[in-house]
Design a protein around this ligand. Structure first.
Ligand code: TPP
Length: 662
């Protein structure tokens, strides 16, 4: 065993207690599981040396991102055990109040950021936390746990690469327990050791005995020292063994008995205990007394937790915790003034970003080619000169890790913005957005202020992968807000509102409008409240509810019809999640006829939501069925002539005539 001499006997004895505690808690949990008092358990028995070694080697304010077998991180950081037991048993008073299971939560007070089920999703978050430390100039590091199986996930590679490129103070802690559910390592990866990959990312890597608490301690200590000196990340592969089934119900039939016996002889708790006894730092009696005392304490806590009722709540309370309340609720509705300077839509976005960055130095921009190059649409041109490279950051081509890193930054007090180079590529970040970013506030009550900007839409002859409208993929996701401005005024005001909001806001900007839409945009700071629509044109005979480029088409069509004596009202939703139901319902009450229009394909489009709500709530005001018009249910074609066939614009005049004539 390495380096015993470098730790005081006091430290070694407290490390013994630290490794014993999770083992004994787990043993209790396994009994509760057999008694049917616990629904599921992912055992970390045999792997405790890694969690305990990591916690012991790091400072209390270093971030740790544990996974499903790392009870030792929570106990090691001294989290309240009764709350933890209530959490593990799914009772009221647990860290998530019954909203998520076992270790799926963070406690920022303890600098722990817990997992989501999606494997590897927390690695990019560790990058963001480490970046926050780098930007603030603290000496904190972020250590992220991951199983060897999960190193096959894309997020692992994106995050490792990003950490290396940005020299982030990150420690990647691979727990190689040789099984990923039932899959052995030779069916998971083809390199000899996962630590070999480190060289490919440009960081040091090492294989470490994961059943030796002190070996773990020293390896992590060295990696942390390196990170604190600004030398960047380290990848540590801890060899260990999963002694029990993937989770208790699935068993270990596929594991050879000899392997289990061999690794039982290397049990990290017994090994550490024996070594302390051999060195005279612990007596057999001492060890026995500690075990008995801890067992008694654990039993008492488990009984107390079991006596706690199941979570009790109401729909209102649960819904009320999905979003953070906006920092400064906006009640006034600003409107453009014709004396304001005229700006293009693209310049209004740029202006809004600049205002947002000037107002709050916690706003950090990340995206592909956004720094010196100014972004593919030149929205951030000149930003590096004004704000510096630390705040205007080129990322590698990593949509998922960029969003994950933004989550980490956000948890550490920043207001990040990620620019998707094209909205279509947001699919590569889907998991981070819908599972990690959107669900954090509800699960463990930590707000995630951030903005994701995405240039979307067709009409530019850009083909199936640079023309899509992505809103419906996200308006289904509680925890996100989704906006889509149609005018330069709203483009700036909604962007500033998105930064102010305190929630994750997806800001969709239509590429066709960038340089063709112009209008008055005030200088300085103003916000357009999220969730409020706008009557783009008042009318009496029918309503078109739309957003984005649809507003332009609707206004053109309404103008055409006005010549024939029909008066069409156009509602620009501006915000899709949440959307302005009251404004839409008022308009329907007035006109009794409504058409919902969007560029995205019709089936499953956001218009279906609006149409359904009108049908449910306004049935008695309607003089015609609610009509919907969207793009054809097909990919957006490349050729301009084919793209015109796709676009609903060509079908709009006829649809409106039908509606008016109904
Ligand atoms: C993205 C994703 N795919 C699949 C799963 C299902 N799953 C949960 S744990 C697991 C095995 C993980 O193996 P490993 O990363 O080696 O960690 P270990 O469980 O061995 O600690 C799988 C396949 C998941 N949770 N997330």
């Amino acid at each position: 065993m390495l380096g015993v001499q470098e730790l005081t006997s006091e430290q070694l004895r407290s490390m013994y207690r630290a490794i014993l505690l999770p083992r004994l808690i787990e043993e209790r949990m396994l009994i509760l599981l057999r008694q049917g008092k616990l629904s599921k358990w992912f055992s970390g028995i045999g792997q405790e040396a890694i969690a305990v070694g990591v916690v012991s080697a790091l400072e209390a304010d270093d971030y740790i991102l544990p996974m499903h077998r790392n009870l030792g991180v929570f106990t090691g950081r001294g989290v309240d055990l009764l709350t933890l037991f209530r959490q593990l048993l799914g009772r009221d008073g647990g860290f998530t109040r019954g909203r998520d299971r076992t270790f799926h939560f963070g406690i920022l007070q303890h600098h722990i950021v817990g997992m989501i089920s999606h494997l590897a999703a927390m690695l990019p978050v560790a990058d963001g936390l480490a970046l926050a430390a780098q930007l603030k100039g603290t000496r904190q590091v972020a250590a992220a746990f991951i199983g060897e199986g999960s190193t096959s996930e894309g997020d692992f590679h994106e995050a490792a690469n990003l950490a290396a490129v940005w020299k982030l103070p990150v420690i990647i802690v691979i727990e190689n327990n040789q099984w990923a559910l039932s899959t052995p390592t030779n069916e998971q990866y083809a390199c000899a050791d996962l630590a070999d990959r480190a060289a490919g990312y440009g960081m040091p890597g090492a294989v470490v005995d994961g059943n030796d608490c002190l070996a773990v301690y020293h390896a992590v200590r060295a990696a942390a020292d390196r990170a604190r000196k600004g030398h960047g990340p380290t990848l540590l592969e801890f060899k260990t063994f999963r002694m029990r089934g993937h989770e208790e119900a699935s068993g270990t039939d596929y594991v050879e008995e000899e392997a289990i016996e061999e690794w039982a002889r290397k049990d990290p708790v017994l090994r550490f205990e024996r070594s302390l006894i051999q060195q005279g730092l612990l007596s057999e009696d001492d060890a026995q007394t500690q075990r008995s005392e801890l067992k008694r304490e654990i039993e008492g806590l488990a009984d107390q937790a079991l006596a706690t009722p199941d979570p009790d709540s109401t729909a209102e309370r649960e819904l009320g915790d999905v979003y953070a309340s906006p920092a400064t609720p906006n009640s006034q509705l600003p409107t453009p003034n014709s004396s304001d300077p005229e700006r293009r839509y693209v310049d209004a976005i740029s202006d809004g970003l600049r205002e947002g960055m000037r107002r709050d130095d916690k706003v950090i921009l990340m995206g592909q080619d956004i720094a010196e190059y100014g972004g593919v649409y030149k929205i951030t041109e000149g930003f590096v000169e004004e704000f510096g490279k630390a705040r205007v950051r080129n990322t590698p081509i990593i949509e998922s890790a960029a969003v994950g890193a933004a989550l980490g930054l956000s948890l550490a007090g920043f207001r990040p913005m990620v620019e998707m180079q094209f909205g279509d590529f947001i699919t590569c970040a889907f998991n981070q957005i819908v599972n990690n970013v959107a669900k954090t506030k509800y699960r463990w009550d930590e707000p995630v202020p951030m903005v994701i900007r995405a240039p979307i839409g067709g009409g530019t002859g850009a083909g199936p992968f640079h023309s899509q409208n992505v809103e419906a993929w996200f308006t289904h996701v509680a925890g996100l807000k989704v906006v889509q401005p149609a005018t330069p005024f709203d483009a700036k005001g909604l962007l500033l509102a998105a930064f102010e909001d305190g929630n994750p806001v997806l800001y969709l900007e239509h590429k066709l409008l960038y340089r063709s839409e112009k209008g008055p945009v005030p200088d300085g700071y103003y916000t357009v409240p999220i969730g409020r629509g706008r009557v783009a044109l008042a009318g009496t005979d029918a309503t078109i509810v739309t957003y984005g480029v649809g507003v332009r088409w609707a206004l053109e069509a309404a103008e055409q019809l006005a010549r024939d004596g029909s008066s069409v009202e156009v509602i620009d939703l501006r915000s899709l999640l949440p959307w302005d139901r009251a404004m839409v319902f008022d308009s329907v009450k007035k006109t009794s006829k409504v058409l919902v229009l969007h560029e995205a394909p019709l089936t499953g489009g956001f218009g279906g939501e609006v149409a359904a709500a009108i049908g449910e709530e306004m049935f008695e005001s309607l003089d015609a069925p609610v009509m919907r018009l969207g793009g054809l249910d097909m990919p957006v074609p490349f050729s301009k002539t084919l793209e015109e066939i796709y676009m609903p614009k060509v079908r709009l005049p006829a649809a409106l005539r039908d509606l008016l004539a109904y």
